[in-house]
Design a protein around this ligand. Structure first.
Ligand code: C2E
Ligand code: MG
Ligand code: MG
Length: 755
């Protein structure tokens, strides 16, 4: 029970610990997810801001280049009409101060001058001398538009170039177009700096097909690839997503994985020629600071979590130890450290469900005095010594406990009384030998009450029964000066139980008329008709159980209650006779059994005569049956009382003659009216001594006849019995042959007739 409670408490604590930790983990997870999202957001914003910045730098570069061309176009205006040499000279000069790969001028009629960075010059050139991209750009400018061509491979430098082109005006009229080509790498300086994303990223320039225009030397993907769709950059969904975004000229933010690491990237349209900035964050730059703080927060969080887990484990262990202590206290005795009664009870029930055994209750003679004389320490020492000895004497699957004071209980897996006795004798004599260690005359004695288990009873119930029974056995064992072992006796106990019931219920039973009058007929052997009746008591308890006189009369004789009961029965007899008289029936005398205590009671005769008066019946109808044992003590006194009664008109009968103390002397000296031969005579009649018994009986009957005493034979059970008593001259017979004792109603019905 207690164990179960404690286990539940521990389980609850463990669940609590797990729940708290789980919630902490969930909170931690949510918190770090939040931090990561915040960090990603910050990083995204950083990348976008950075891309915008680089975009504007590129645009600035383009604008600066256009500006250069526009300024140059103003200076070319004068020369552009006819003087090709002057034009060529100016272009060559400009070439020196710029990084353009080549510069060309074309007039509206399609004639032009080409100057390249190597210093060569071509006058009177045709548009067709230019690359297709160059031509397109020039034509756009001749139409009045400034433009930038797509990238193409330069035949001069064998590198990828693009062409800027501006119209040359004379007033508002376009007179020609000035174009210059430049390596795409002019953006490399812008893009390949170490400051991209605070050093934590790099930027490539790509076109709408994903081809690299400018590839940053800091790229994490070291493979030699020409498009972002080659190699490991984009796979699956993100590839599709990026392709769509490139077509729509939209900003895209996504992630690619390379060598197991994730890299967020941004595709930002430059706003020119469908070019895009492909910005990749390597995570070690600006966002690294955020990352660090996330990491610090995560570490703090994990430390706190670990601390809590540690505290909880510590708390849990403390609680478990505390529970263990509680459990120990709940199941152990604090004096000796042995297990206590609660534990013993549990173990006993468990053991009985597996096999039988015996329980011994042990106590020490005069333990309180022992404590008083030798002191508390010595008595505790003795208890501990018993505990030590018991633990050595019990076998596997056996156990014992110390209950209160000097009480020990032992369970032996043994049901053979002889073996149990031998084991207990060995146990107690070892205790006696080594106990106390005091040089005195004090004789240590141990009382052992033992009970054996009964089969077929539910273990818990039987455990309780055994613990009750063993108390009775111990009570029996107590009292002597030496160690005693007493086994519980079921029959004896039942008897004691009944006596206990009788004693505690007798007064109530008398008041509530539970004692009933039964009548057994006495038959006149000459006529065969009813002579008289004997009043016999039956106790019909309210539980429905009938208790017979043999079970309670001896006890009532000991405790004196017989006086009350006999008077009550005498009154019932008087009441019965009165009832017969009142009903006009021919009454027969009723014999009432009288106990010794009542017979010598001072008020006895007066009480009886009072009854006769109350019921108005003649004393001759009442015979008082006394036991011959009464005569043993004082024959004179007995005779005096008999005389008193006879004077009042009562008849006196000597019951159970021959049952024990009978001596013809006694019988001869008593002034009785009737002699009832005990049924032992009839029982012994068929024996070997048949002849002798018969002779004795004949003598007795002859003697009583001569003394004017009538003879009644008790216990007539068979026709042979009847024949025997008839032959020896007995006048009246009583026994089962005629009838068992009957209730008053049954008796009336069977024997009483109207006169
Ligand atoms: P008892 O006075 O000798 O009564 C005769 C007993 O023998 C009765 O037992 C009766 O039932 C029994 N008996 C009669 N015929 C036969 C027979 O053929 N065979 C056998 N085996 N037994 C027979 P019961 O009623 O059990 O009474 C037992 C004794 O208890 C009586 O012996 C008497 O001494 C005493 N007793 C009964 N009622 C009272 C009472 O009211 N007061 C007192 N003081 N004692 C009573
Ligand atoms: Mg009798
Ligand atoms: Mg008798």
């Amino acid at each position: 029970m207690i164990e179960e409670k404690l286990r539940k408490r521990l389980r609850r604590a463990a669940i609590l610990v797990v729940c708290i930790n789980l919630s902490l983990l969930v909170c931690g997870g949510i918190f770090s997810a939040y931090l990561r999202a915040a960090r990603n957001q910050t990083m995204k914003e950083q990348v976008i801001t950075e891309a915008e910045e680089y975009k504007s730098r590129i645009m600035k570069q383009l604008r600066a280049d256009f500006q250069t061309l526009s300024t140059l176009s103003v200076f070319l205006k004068d020369a552009s009409y006819s003087d090709w040499d002057l034009l060529a000279e100016r272009l060559q000069q400009t070439q020196k101060y710029t990084n353009f790969v080549n510069i060309v001028y074309f007039s509206r009629d399609g004639k032009g001058v080409l100057s390249n960075y190597e210093g060569s010059i071509l006058t009177e050139a045709e548009l067709s001398d230019l690359s297709a991209e160059g031509q397109a750009a020039v034509e756009k400018s001749l139409a009045g538009e400034a433009s930038v061509s797509k990238l193409f491979e330069s035949t001069i430098s064998d590198r990828r170039v693009f062409v800027y082109s501006v119209p040359v005006y004379d007033g508002s009229e376009v007179i020609g177009a000035l174009a210059a080509s430049d390596h795409i790498e002019i953006f490399s300086d812008i893009l390949s700096g170490n400051t991209v994303l605070g050093g934590g990223g790099y930027i490539n320039l790509i076109n709408s097909k994903g081809d690299f225009l400018v590839r940053s030397p800091k790229t994490v993907v070291k493979d030699d690839i020409s498009s972002i769709f080659d190699g490991p950059y984009l796979e699956g969904d993100s590839r599709k997503e990026v392709q769509e975004a490139l077509q729509k000229e939209e900003r895209t933010f996504s992630i690619f994985t390379y060598e197991g690491k994730k890299y967020p990237f941004l595709m930002e349209p430059v706003g020119l020629n469908n070019w895009y900035l492909f910005c990749v964050s390597t995570g070690d730059g600006l966002s690294a600071g955020t990352d660090n703080s996330v990491r610090i927060i995560q570490s703090i969080f994990i430390t706190v979590l670990l601390l809590i887990v540690f505290l909880m484990i510590y708390g849990y262990r403390a609680l478990r130890n505390y529970n263990k202590d509680l459990l120990f206290l709940a199941y152990h005795d604090t004096v000796t450290g042995a297990e206590n009664m609660t534990r013993f009870r549990q173990k006993l029930a468990d053991s009985l469900s597996a096999s039988g055994g015996s329980v011994t209750a042990l106590s020490i003679r005069q333990f309180p005095f022992l404590t008083e004389i030798f002191g508390k320490t010595k008595s505790v020492e003795l208890l501990c010594h018993i505990k030590e000895t018991a633990s050595r004497h019990i076998k596997k699957n056996e156990f014992f406990c110390h209950d209160t004071e000097d009480r020990f209980y032992l369970f032996f897996q043994e049901t053979n009384p002889e073996i149990i006795r031998r084991r207990l004798e060995a146990f107690t004599s070892e205790i006696e030998r080594n106990a106390l260690n005091i040089r005195t005359d004090y004789q240590l004695a141990l009382y052992c009450g033992v009970t054996l288990s009964s089969a077929g009873i539910e273990p818990e119930l039987e455990a309780e029964n055994m613990l009750t029974r063993v108390q009775f056995a111990l009570d029996k064992a107590k009292g002597g000066h030496s160690s005693t072992i007493w086994f519980f006796d079921t029959e004896l106990h039942k008897q004691e139980e009944l006596e206990n019931y009788i004693e505690s219920h007798m007064h109530h039973a008398l008041q509530s008329r539970e004692f009933k009058l039964y009548l057994q007929p006495k038959i006149n052997l000459k006529t065969g008709r009813l002579d008289s009746a004997e009043a016999l008591v039956r106790w019909q308890a309210d539980s429905g159980r009938t208790i017979y006189p043999g079970q309670f009369i001896p006890l009532f004789e000991r405790n004196g209650f017989c006086v009350n009961l006999d008077l009550y029965m005498a009154e019932q007899a008087c009441r019965q006779i009165r009832s017969w008289l009142d009903r006009g029936l021919d009454p027969v005398p009723i014999s009432v059994n009288q106990s010794k205590l009542l017979f010598f009671d001072r008020d006895y005769v007066r009480n009886l005569t009072c009854l006769l008066d109350r019921y108005q019946i003649p004393a001759s109808l009442i015979t008082l049956e006394i036991l011959e044992g009464l005569a043993l003590e004082n024959v004179d006194e007995l005779n005096a009382r008999i005389l008193q009664l006879q004077e009042k008109g009562f008849r006196v009968s000597l019951d159970d003659f021959g049952s024990g103390y009978s001596s013809l002397n006694v019988f001869g000296s008593l002034k009785i009216n009737e002699l009832k031969l005990d049924r032992d005579f009839l029982m012994n009649a068929p024996s070997q001594n048949q002849g002798r018994i018969r002779l004795i009986l004949e003598e007795i009957v002859r003697l009583t006849g001569r003394l004017g005493i009538s003879t009644v034979a008790e216990g007539v059970e068979t026709p042979e019995d009847e024949q025997l008593i008839r032959e020896i001259g007995c006048g009246v017979g009583q026994g089962y042959l005629y009838s068992r004792p009957l209730s008053a109603e049954e008796f009336d019905e069977k024997y009483m007739y109207v006169k």
